[in-house]
Design a protein around this ligand. Sequence first.
Ligand code: ADP
Ligand code: MG
Length: 588
Amino acid sequence: MPIHKLSDELASQIAAGEVIERPASVVKELIENSIDAEATSIRINIHEAGKRLIEVQDDGSGIPRAEVQLAVSRFTTSKINDVKDLFNIATLGFRGEALASIASVSRMTLTSRAKGEEVGTSIIVDGGSVQGQKSSGVPEGTSVKVEQLFYNVPARLKFLKSDRTERKNIAELVNRYSLAYPSVQFILEIDQRSYLKTSGNGSRREILSSIWGLDVAKQMIEAYSEFEQMTIRGYISPISVTRSNRRGILFFVNGRPVQDYALTTAFIKAYHSMLMVGRYPIGVLFIRLPGEMVDVNVHPTKAEVRFRDRDQVFRNVGRTVRKALLANSPIPDIQEFKARNLWSGESESSASLLSGRTTADLFQGESGVFPEDRNSIISSYIQQGEQQRSLPYSGETILRLIGQIAATYLVAEGPDGLYLIDQHAAHERILYEKFMQQKEKSIPIQSLMKPETVELTPVEAELVEEQLSILKKIGFDIEIFGPNAFIIRGIPSLFRDMDPMRAVQVLIEDFEEDENPFENKIEEKIIGRICKSAAIKAGKVLSKEEQTALLHNLESCESPRTCPHGRPTMIHLSVDLLERQFGRKGAR
Ligand code: ADP
Ligand code: MG
């Protein structure tokens, strides 16, 4: 084929591919235009997860009649003039290609009435070609209707994810903008269901709950720091709120949502050893800095930015998060600290990190003396433990229990040396195997004395709805209870000590968009995660009976050496190894 110039139509479609990947990208561009037009209210209406219709309506400045046709052409913008402007951008848009891109891969109707104009104008563009323009009696502002997205690029359609995932992407996106622009009212409806309605009264706290649910929103810690050239504000999670992935950490740079692995890492690092391995904090930070210190023209979707001084931004993010965390968890006085730390273990690592000392340091400083009320603390924990948990066991045993250390490990002697057992991992294994056995026959269900209702965000509710049949199948008596609400009436007896809410939480937190394995795999995963969530935690003091039961139940497992996720449940120090270590044996 000889070299030839691509037709305008094809060139636009290729370019559109960079900006418009999925329905959520359309929503993003249209919302950004509305924000740039200083709208105070933005309504978004979606049908069939955005494949059939995406409509965004605003009450912003509108587009003058004479410019309507220009607006939908490629590389036309009212936002920048020359290359200088590129390095000091005050608007979200500036590339002048969004409307043209959208129009080239859909049937788009743009209707707008500029401030001061008597009547509005409507223009229809079909697959990039303008079909006609007419007057239209509409209020001031702009409305863009995008129908049959990708109808002329079928390959794109095939790359879309499930409707649920596309809906989730849209909802998350709108949620984020609503949080960044709390003075703008956002109303989002997807397939006749209300996903978001903010008041536009400027309060961010209110909006937090639509992203993370009321419960978590209430616990979020406010963060604010001022530096020489930037301010950082936002909300971060206390150490008690975690997720299984990093996706709950959001950044905005000068009002623009930004994905940046390094920023996320700086955020996580601020929690240092306060969180368990594999758990991540959540939060949202708004970074403001002079326009010339950040280059936003890195990528067509404007989702990445380049900082002039990267390290400084990362340092400041870390400082902001740490400062907020510290302010939120004051250093407990020594007495209280030791008691909590040793006998519940709950916030052990946080407390030691915050005070900059380790548990061992603290003890040495106090000549190893326990607080006076030590015994009462122990006995109260033991009592609690006994009430809460009894693990019947049976059969002959090999391991001889010696005791528990650090409220986390059991120590036992076996025929060939010493065993250290991780109580959490061990219990997880036990629950898992018992549950799998029960599943073979029938799963005993325990009805709750008081059924529990759970209220979720629409995105979460959809996830739970999708997995509801699996939960039912594995013994959770749970039903839909109004929009976005569920009622739990019973749970598998094996998990009777577990907070029923946790079962639902497991579904929400740990299942992500790209997880789409075969049904039986999902079921297995859910069971594994529920067992993990129901198992005794590290840091819990166990009574002798509980320790013995745990040990012996573990022994009778088919695969006692690993937890269902493959972590070891025990470490074995053989007599041989001990002898070598003590220099009784082997070369010196
Ligand atoms: P950009 O936002 O990068 O300028 P777009 O293709 O998104 O490019 O939009 C082109 C132009 O159309 C904008 O510069 C703006 O002048 C106008 N425009 C688009 N959407 C709106 C809107 N909702 N309200 C007012 N003007 C708009
Ligand atoms: Mg734009």
